[in-house]
Design a protein around this ligand. Structure first.
Ligand SMILES: [Zn+2]
Ligand SMILES: [Zn+2]
Length: 212
């Protein structure tokens, strides 16, 4: 009886707390796993929204405006509304990339600068857009300045942000993509974009408002 009593006392003293402790640890592990899963879902959702910046209806319209001039390699008319419209689209796209860069930076920093699945997917989705706009911004900016020498394009701050995004993407990109992302960093580098092979098309005639 004496022995049995001692065993019971020991079980109560050590065993019972141990059992509840295991239950608590199990609950904690499950909750950490759930939080980990929840965090992953949230990060994927943020990444999806960031990519959404570039493929929204408004972005498609601006991309069409810039893309047409970029790929036809034609000058921007200084008459009519074209220059103003191109200027608007140019800045709207710069701001989209700025928001994208800011959001991506938060995702990176929040994960100790390690690429998780959300960042890997995001980078894969935006890489081509960023590489394409490395040339687009450069060419459109030059054309905007050519079309009116008295009205410079004041985009320094946003251009810096786009450059940071390119550099950050280049860090983990393959060699070919890295070179595409780093083009136009200075005048000594040759851009591989096909737009340079296109003979410049004539400017679209300015649209004058109808006389009433
Ligand atoms: Zn180029
Ligand atoms: Zn180009």
């Amino acid at each position: 009886m004496e022995k049995g009593y001692t065993e019971m006392a020991d079980l109560l003293r050590y065993g019972a707390p141990t059992v509840s402790c295991i239950v608590a640890i199990t609950a904690l592990v499950i909750s950490i796993r759930l939080n980990h899963r929840q965090r992953q879902i949230t990060r994927l959702e943020i990444a999806r929204n960031l990519h959404g910046e570039l493929i929204s209806d408004a972005a498609m319209k601006d991309r069409h405006t810039l893309g047409t001039i970029h790929w036809q390699n034609r000058p921007i008319s200084s008459e009519g509304t074209e220059r103003g419209e191109v200027m608007c689209a140019y800045f709207a796209m710069l701001w989209r990339f700025e928001r994208l860069h800011a959001g991506r930076k938060v995702l990176l920093e929040e994960n100790n600068n390690v690429h998780d699945i959300a960042l890997t997917i995001l980078d894969r989705q935006i890489q081509t857009h960023v590489a394409d706009y490395t040339c687009t911004f450069y060419e459109i900016r030059a054309k905007l300045e050519d079309s009116n020498k008295n009205d410079p394009v004041v985009d320094d701050r946003y251009a810096i942000s786009f450059k940071e995004l390119r550099k950050s993407l280049a860090d983990t990109a393959d060699e070919d993509t890295r070179r595409k992302l780093m083009y136009h960093t200075d005048n000594s580098e040759t851009c591989g974009c096909s737009c340079h092979k296109v003979n410049p098309k004539p400017p679209v005639p300015a649209q004058h408002s109808q006389a009433s």
